[in-house]
Design a protein around this ligand. Structure first.
Ligand SMILES: [Zn+2]
Length: 147
């Protein structure tokens, strides 16, 4: 959930540019410096928003699930930094290494179709790992409580 929240936080700036027509579409937010700052913002806000979200969705009615800070920060940093990497491959205006250089060595590193396939397959692989762990834990919980 913090990873997903980080994606939303990252694209607030481009959304504001699209709405107002002012500024650079992928500006400071889509640099590694900006994304690192937004990772901190995403972790600090996302931990609590996610815990509230789990409660509201009735996935944590006892409020006993707590997202630990290392998990929140790791998820936020993976989310924002990978966002910059993926966007720098497909968007010509992304300058990921500002203020050091305006160069973007990742632009068109692979085709946009290949990038979309990579995202799709890594999402499927991540889902498979998630459900495998989920069912493995459930199976182990059943076998340990039954015996
Ligand atoms: Zn973006």
């Amino acid at each position: 959930m913090v990873f997903g929240w980080a994606q939303i936080v990252m694209d607030i700036q481009p959304l504001l540019v699209l709405i107002t027509g002012e500024g650079t579409l992928h500006g400071f937010s889509h640099t590694y410096v900006g994304a690192s700052l937004l990772a901190v913002v995403s972790a600090l806000s996302g931990k609590y928003l996610s815990e509230i979200g789990l409660y509201v969705l009735a996935l944590n009615p006892e409020r006993d699930v707590v997202i630990r800070w290392p998990v929140a920060f790791f998820s936020a940093f993976i989310g924002t930094l990978s966002h910059v990497l993926l966007d720098s491959i497909m968007h010509a205006d992304v300058q990921p290494f500002l203020p050091v250089t305006t160069d973007n060595a990742f632009l068109q590193l692979i085709t946009v179709d290949a990038l979309h396939e990579f995202c799709l397959y890594s999402g499927l692989a991540g889902s498979a790992v998630f459900f495998a762990i989920h069912f493995w834990r459930r199976f182990n919980r059943c076998t340990t409580t039954d015996s």
